[in-house]
Design a protein around this ligand. Structure first.
Ligand code: AOF
Ligand code: ZN
Length: 350
């Protein structure tokens, strides 16, 4: 069964709706849904807004301006078949009298999947994989994490031209431009957790919260702050303040840290330096993507962004793929993906 042209247009709208909410998803995917009347008119639409809130189909059904009996639901993710924090969307669609379901990405989450089959079993027409690449791209980190059972890791770095993150006396404010810093805050807002090493906490006493100008977002909209490392940490440090939740992982093991975070529902981690933690993650093949800000400044001495992670010769150099270069005020931002040679095979890009 294939999708009709107006259903493909509706899927584009559903993808737009999925991308729109500016909230913390807390480990959940972005999902959008549109309801089409039997004669093809858009009669309802909705989007998911993060863990604990209604799923997109339920939001779209609730917004319907007329009876949904005999209508078509166009959804960016396979409707769920499980009782999670909310009830199964399959049941909601059946109760609403939906006759046909068109969806994009199959749900890679084994707990929630099986919805398409349940709908077919109930006699509903089901069309799958419509613009599914767009949906999985929108949920790249989530899809990777749910498929692999490990969080997706984006390493963020801010350096001088000579690759240094701090001067010899450890001072580091501010190497990059205001535009770069605002961009980091925006990106932080999109991840589930921000991870630093104990060394960075001791050296910089960072707060690691998302701010908009001078306004610090409410704790419920903040990503989880995670500090990794054994040894003492004073509870008076800013990372332990009330502005957001903080998790202290008393381990040096990258795998252990990532498993713990996955168990807690973290799907996308932003790794925020310093060099010891960055090297450990790179050596473990645990970095999936890089977000590198370079300022037109030179230090000549001081601390490097990353230490030795096992590259001995130029052929082993870590080169990024799918790179994008963007100006950030006077800085340059380079984003890219780690090549599969530098990503643990179990973490390869899907
Ligand atoms: C859908 N529609 O809008 C979303 C779905 O425990 P919960 O309720 O937060 O469920 C989360 C899981 O449900 C998530 O991992 C994914 O498999 C699916 N998300 N499914 O039918 C939606 N957000
Ligand atoms: Zn659902």
């Amino acid at each position: 069964m294939t999708a009709l042209p107006h259903e493909i247009d509706a899927m584009r709208r559903a993808l737009e709706l999925a991308a729109a909410p500016d909230v913390q998803f807390r480990g959940n995917p972005r999902v959008g849904a549109v309801i089409l009347s039997p004669d093809g008119n858009l009669i309802g639409e909705g989007a998911h807004r993060g863990a604990g809130t209604p799923h997109a189909e339920v939001a779209a059904l609730a917004s319907a301006s007329e009876s949904t009996v005999g209508s078509t639901a166009v959804v960016t993710l396979e409707p769920c078949a499980h009782v999670g924090r909310t009830g199964p969307c399959v049941d909601a669609l059946l109760a609403a009298g939906i006759a046909r379901v068109v969806f994009a990405q199959s749900d890679p989450n084994v707990i929630a999947s099986g919805g398409a089959q349940r709908l077919r079993d109930a006699g509903i027409q089901v069309v799958s994989e419509v613009l599914s690449t767009q949906s999985s791209r929108l949920n790249q980190a989530w899809t990777y994490a749910v498929t692999r059972g490990r969080p997706y890791v984006t390493w963020k770095v801010a350096t001088t031209l000579d690759g240094r993150i701090a001067a010899a006396d450890r001072t580091s404010r501010w190497i990059t431009s205001e535009e770069s810093r605002a961009d980091v805050h925006e990106f932080r807002r999109s991840v589930d957790a921000v991870l630093v090493g104990r060394g960075t906490v001791l050296a910089d006493d960072p707060q690691l919260t998302v701010r908009e100008g001078s306004h610090v977002l409410d704790p419920e909209f903040q990503p989880l702050r995670v500090v990794m490392g054994e040894g003492e940490l004073d509870q008076g440090l800013r990372i332990f303040d009330e502005t957001a939740e903080t998790l202290w992982l008393r381990t040096h093991s990258v795998d252990e840290a990532l498993s713990t975070l996955h168990e807690r529902g973290v799907r996308h981690v932003m790794l925020e330096g310093g060099p010891t933690l960055a090297s450990a993650f790179l050596a473990a093949g645990a970095v999936n993507a890089v977000r590198w800000y370079t300022a037109p400044a030179i230090l000549g001495a001081g601390h490097h962004a990353v230490g030795d992670f096992g590259v001995g010769s130029i052929g082993e150099m870590c080169r990024l793929t799918q790179t994008e270069v963007t100006l950030m005020g006077v800085d340059v931002r380079i984003t890219g993906l780690m090549s599969s040679a530098h990503t643990d095979s179990s973490r390869e890009k899907f």
